[in-house]
Design a binder for this molecule. Structure first.
Ligand code: ADP
Length: 159
């Protein structure tokens, strides 16, 4: 049976840490849906369509990676799209506390949906979208942290 994984997040913007997780999930599932979870309360640097376009460009040669967005609950999206699991990445102990809380809440709402966690690869343990923006807008090089398409998009936001 075809197995579909949903990898939700803000991806504001996508980093090489996220990309590494997606590439690894691709090998485990038949399809990976990178889901941009819209949160009107969260002020983002990039619009949903800008974030979606960057991810689509990066994974254009991956037939089993799809990008989508939702303004609703991630769990509803998983159900409506007949996906099998949710994927989250873990960097450090601090991620664990938050992720454990979300996973536990999700389990009450939708016990049939399993969440799996992938540990970050060693070189990306400190990489987050906000660190990338801090470094870039501070004037330093982020080419080891994000692909070129993201650097170009960041450059357009530079004041
Ligand atoms: P959210 O706002 O939902 O945390 P993010 O875009 O920050 O969205 O992250 C999406 C997912 O990717 C989360 O599970 C997060 O822990 C994971 N993640 C973020 N950066 C990395 C990284 N460098 N390595 C592995 N996982 C990561």
């Amino acid at each position: 049976m075809r197995k579909v994984a949903v990898y939700p997040g803000s991806f504001d913007p996508i980093t090489k840490g996220h990309i590494n997780i997606i590439e690894r999930v691709c090998k485990l599932f038949d399809q990976v849906i990178v889901l941009i979870a819209e949160n009107p309360q969260k002020k983002t640097t990039f619009t949903v369509s800008e974030r979606e376009a960057m991810i689509a460009t990066i994974f254009q040669s991956f037939p089993n990676v799809k990008v989508d967005h939702t303004s609703g609950l991630t769990l509803d999206y998983v159900r409506e799209n007949n996906a099998d699991v949710l994927v989250r990445g873990l960097r450090a102990a601090t991620d664990f506390e938050y992720e454990f809380q979300i996973m536990s809440a999700n389990r009450i709402i939708a016990p049939e949906i399993e969440t799996i966690f992938l540990m970050t690869s060693n070189e990306y343990t400190f990489v987050s979208s906000s660190i990338v923006k801090e470094i870039f807008f501070g004037g330093a090089d982020v080419s080891t942290l994000v692909p070129k398409v993201v650097i170009d998009a960041l450059a357009k936001k530079k004041r």
